[in-house]
Design a protein around this ligand. Structure first.
Ligand SMILES: [Zn+2]
Length: 244
């Protein structure tokens, strides 16, 4: 992009979004990448994440949002194929759904991840390498904006997931070097909805009622984020439009 067009980039404070969002829901794993095993033979993380993702899509659609799935069947996708869809489909928000497992099978609880600082910086450097001058500043501001909004989203999502759990089940908002969250230009989080190998929690996660409850909590959080979370700033328009 030519430097002259930078002047047309508008960084402005926006009021609360309060509008229907296009949400890309990413059911973790799929195909040969089965994810964590559950305590039930033949049932893996990939099936649980898809069930929750489908229920979430339904809940979000009912709330008036446009919800899309990165996969709606049992198939393998690379992390890049998942995150790339966010841009292709014009998503406002990216949510990757996963379930946990622990070595001693004794951990339980829910946690929400945002991209860690180091990976976000690497990402920014990679994006900046392809541009010059004021575009570097532009890329830096966008990275900062996405990070702040992802953390805000993470807090709302984690609070909703933890709401109906015991206090010790709230494992908090964390940072992780998850490649699936890298390179995204919209708020993005990854949720771990519980430990599939824990005797009690693992059994609960296999139940359709629990999957529905998790989907409902996630939908409530996204709806709340859309209505109340002001974007610190957004890039409204560039010379040839399109990017934001
Ligand atoms: Zn996973």
């Amino acid at each position: 992009m030519r430097l002259g067009s930078i002047a047309l980039c508008l960084f402005v404070s926006l009021p609360a979004l309060g509008r229907p969002l296009t949400v890309l829901i990413d059911p973790g794993h799929g195909g040969s990448n089965v994810g964590a095993p559950s305590r039930h033979p033949g049932l893996y993380e990939k099936q649980i994440t898809l069930a929750i993702a489908r229920a979430l899509k339904q809940q979000l659609s009912l709330a008036g949002h446009r919800a899309l799935l990165s996969r709606d069947e049992d198939r393998f996708l690379t992390v890049r194929q998942r995150s790339r869809q966010a841009k292709q489909l014009g998503a406002d928000l990216f949510l990757s759904i996963h379930a946990n497992a622990s070595v001693a099978h004794d951990k339980h609880g829910v946690e929400t991840y945002v991209l860690d600082h180091q990976t976000a910086e690497l990402d920014e450097h990679r994006a900046s390498a392809a541009v010059t001058g004021a575009e570097v500043l532009f890329t830096g501001l966008r990275t900062l904006d996405v990070r702040q909004r992802s953390i805000a989203l993470g807090r709302v999502v984690q609070a909703a997931l933890a709401r109906e759990r015991a206090a010790e089940d709230n494992r908090g908002v964390r940072e992780g070097g998850y490649d699936v969250l890298a390179g995204l230009e919209v708020p993005a989080v990854l949720v771990e909805v519980g430990f599939l190998d824990h005797p009690a929690e693992g059994a609960r996660l296999l139940q359709a009622s629990e999957q529905q409850r998790i989907a409902y909590a996630l939908a409530q959080a996204i709806d709340q984020f859309a209505k109340s979370e002001p974007a610190p700033f957004a890039i409204l328009r560039r010379e040839n439009g399109g990017e934001r």
